[in-house]
Design a protein around this ligand. Structure first.
Ligand code: SF4
Ligand code: SF4
Length: 431
């Protein structure tokens, strides 16, 4: 039987390989094309954030600073509001009057994922962009480390996340089953749980790889983001009555300044939040797509919806030379070389595997049932195009701007320290 190397050499004799090499001399690759898209959306996000900061400052100072209109795109940073808007739309057929742009952006993300799997994550999302840039810089740093240090800087974040997920995921499950609640954490019986929590954190570090493989660790760590998604989906989309949302959008002061509260989260950050975000930031350099892979509830949701998509990475096993380049290139650790068709909810539609494959017509994004390969520019055009069209349609049809007048914003923002704008574990004050 021919060895793996012999098989690779025989298959690499194919003229397809040289054709691909010639093509690779071209400057434009899917990666560079994707970076152009990512940078455009990243700059747009920074611009929106800055405009919103100036708007809030104008309101806080009673109009003493330069006036900038409130950019509705800032509502994209309200994930809980987006789930509420979805439930409100499903229950009443109406669009959230306070954060219509947030709902529209969320709906656009869901639709693009349903049609084109997780293209949103790798071509548009600014959080995905930061995650990706961090690990690409981290890869350069790690190349200077010796093998042992490299292993631990990569493995430590996953092991720790796995241990914490073994604590958080069952807690969320018990809360969703109404077996425990937030109040349970004050119970004296909690002391019996602490040893289990400590054991959960130690297990991933203590057990040898033979009985605790990396893929098990990774799957448990990923369960965290699905538990966050389940929590939002059950508590908001399933359990919350649409009539309650109607009251919240009308009578709850917090809802009217939720976007300003989100801004204050970043500009007046608590020490605890700063420490958690710093840890996630540092881990993102050493673990590929750390935020998207383990925490982002949007990532979990679009991954699940993406199952329905007919756009798939497809490998031609007849021409594949088993070089593993696709697997090495994949930022979410999918063993592309072993799949004929990639049906993995983590697949980002990033084309990195396609770009890395040295053999023509061996690895491509395809429309299932159609057979022809989809060029990355066409795929990007579909993902980004649908997203932009959706947004602009909302703009011209009146579903983009909310109904809060400027004087009301000025009054509320200048009074933001009033206790009526606070909430405790989902309990809000009504006016
Ligand atoms: S399988 Fe290919 S397209 Fe999917 S995430 Fe991995 S590298 Fe990107
Ligand atoms: S599909 Fe993957 S393993 Fe096969 S030739 Fe392409 S890069 Fe190499």
């Amino acid at each position: 039987m021919a060895s793996q190397n012999e098989k690779s050499i025989q298959k690499s004799d194919s003229s397809n390989v040289s054709k691909k090499k010639r093509k690779s001399l071209s400057w434009m690759t899917s990666l560079r094309f994707r970076w152009m898209s990512q940078i455009s959306f990243f700059v747009l996000t920074i611009y929106i954030g800055w405009m919103f900061y100036l708007f809030v400052r104008y309101c806080e100072t009673g109009g003493a600073t330069v006036f900038v209109p409130r950019p509705p795109g800032v509502e994209a940073f309200l994930p809980i509001g987006a789930f509420m808007g979805l439930k409100y739309f499903l229950g009443t057929g109406k669009v959230d009057p306070l954060h219509p742009a947030g709902f529209i952006i969320f709906a656009a993300i869901l639709l693009t994922s349903f049609l084109f799997q997780r293209g949103f994550c790798s071509w548009i999302c600014p959080a995905g962009t930061m995650s990706e840039w961090a690990w690409r810089i981290g890869d350069r740093i790690k190349s200077k480390f010796n093998k042992g240090v490299k292993y631990w800087v990569e493995a430590f974040p996953v092991k720790l996340t796995c241990g914490l997920s073994m604590i958080s995921t069952p807690i969320v499950a018990l809360m969703l089953l109404d077996i425990i609640s937030f109040a349970s954490f004050g119970s004296p019986n909690m002391k019996f749980i602490y040893p289990l929590m400590i054991a959960a954190i130690i297990i991933p570090f203590a057990l040898p790889r033979k009985i605790w493989p990396a893929r098990v660790e990774d799957s448990i760590a990923r369960a965290w983001k699905y538990s966050i998604l389940a929590f939002f989906a059950v508590t908001i989309v399933i359990k919350m009555p649409a009539q309650q949302l109607e009251i919240m959008f009308t009578n709850v002061p917090f809802m009217k300044v939720a976007d300003v509260r989100m801004l204050k989260f970043f500009t007046d950050m608590s020490m605890l939040a700063a420490i958690i975000l710093s840890i996630i930031f540092v881990f993102s350099f050493f673990t590929k797509n750390y935020w998207c892979r383990y925490f982002c509830p949007y990532g979990a949701l679009v991954g699940v919806l993406g199952w329905a998509s007919v756009f798939r990475i497809v490998r031609n096993k007849k021409t594949c030379i088993d070089c593993s380049k696709c697997t090495v290139a994949c930022p979410v650790h999918i063993e592309v070389e072993k799949k004929n068709t990639v049906y993995n909810p983590e697949c980002l539609g990033c084309y990195d595997c396609v770009d890395s494959c040295p053999v023509d017509d061996t690895l491509d994004m395809k429309l299932l049932g159609y057979g022809r390969k989809i060029h990355y520019a066409v795929y990007a055009g579909l993902v980004v195009g649908l997203f932009v069209i959706f947004m602009n349609t909302a703009r011209v049809t009146g579903y983009w701007y909310n109904n809060i007048p400027l004087p009301e914003y000025m009054e509320r923002i200048s009074d933001l320290d009033n206790p009526k704008y606070e909430h405790k574990q989902g309990e809000f004050k009504v006016e």
